[in-house]
Design a protein around this ligand. Structure first.
Ligand SMILES: [Zn+2]
Ligand SMILES: [Zn+2]
Length: 281
């Protein structure tokens, strides 16, 4: 019996995460269900740890990027001083209208020290490249519904940002590029509001509103490239919780990540960010 259990767990370990999440729980014995549950929780925990590390790395990337963009600005000034015409400094739009264009007193999220001892993510995630959407303060991603639906039955995507009967906030991983000055940054704190719409037809309607962020250098909105895996996993997880098909274990501790820039977050701007301390949902 114990041997069979071990074999079962070993089998689970070799499965793709999505396959584990897709298992029809009713088809297994009580003991096996428990093992499946444990495996799902184990994967989620590993993913959460990877994200915490990604947040730290994001801080380091942000400071490197800030240094680079300072260098680029300096080169533009040098070019102008040498008499060469430059359209890069005259063409700026909304970003520099506030008159603060020195760039020197703008502080990006402080970098967390990345020590050699830092825990490494189990698997390094690369945000998948997607064609850019027009710049907005928040986005919906109906194009990822089929991926969410792989792990959750009886759900319907709704193109709505109106509150329904269920509401939760989470944060996602994304990389952004400033629409004005071109500065780039990566973050594990993309504010996201997940809304649920309970319906008579037995289908759970839902939407996930993902909020843009502003550039620390010039305050313009960024082009957002979302990490699709995190999106799918977080949204599916929330829908499963709402459907009563998954109960998360309470978090025991939070790992250190750089502080959230409330002033640059479009989720915070409308009081919809899990990091804004509103305690919603
Ligand atoms: Zn910018
Ligand atoms: Zn926020």
């Amino acid at each position: 019996m114990a041997g069979a259990d071990e074999q079962f767990v070993a089998g689970l370990r070799t499965m793709d995460r999505h396959d584990v999440n897709r298992l029809t729980i009713q088809a297994y014995t009580r003991a096996q269900r428990q093992m499946i549950d444990e495996e799902r929780v184990r994967r989620r925990r590993a993913e959460a740890e990877a994200e915490a590390v990604a947040g730290e790395v994001a801080g380091a990337v942000a400071s490197t990027t800030a240094a680079l963009s300072n260098l680029i600005n300096m080169m533009a000034v040098l070019r102008m001083n040498s008499g060469e015409s430059s359209n890069s400094a005259t063409n700026q739009t909304e970003g520099n209208l506030n008159g603060n264009n020195s760039g020197e007193n703008q502080v990006s999220e402080p970098a967390a020290p990345v020590t050699p001892n830092a825990q490494l993510p189990a698997k390094k995630k690369k945000p998948r490249k997607k064609p850019q959407k027009p710049i907005k303060k928040s986005y919906l991603f109906p194009e990822y519904h089929h991926l969410v639906a792989e792990g959750v039955e009886n759900i319907e995507f709704k193109s709505s940002t109106t509150d329904g009967t269920l509401y939760n906030e989470t944060r996602l991983i994304g990389s952004l590029k400033c629409s004005s000055c071109g500065k780039g940054w990566t973050t594990g704190k993309v504010a996201t509001a997940i809304r649920g719409y309970e319906q008579q037809n037995g289908q759970l309607g839902y939407s996930a509103e993902v909020f843009n962020q502003r550039c620390a250098e010039c305050n313009s909105l960024g082009h957002l490239t979302l990490d699709v895996d995190t999106y799918v996993e977080r949204v599916a997880r929330r829908l499963l919780i709402w459907k009563g098909e998954f109960s998360p274990e309470p978090r025991t501790h939070e790992q250190f990540t750089p502080p959230h820039r409330f002033d640059l977050c479009e989720g915070c701007a409308v009081g919809r960010c899990v990091l804004g301390g509103y305690g919603r949902g």
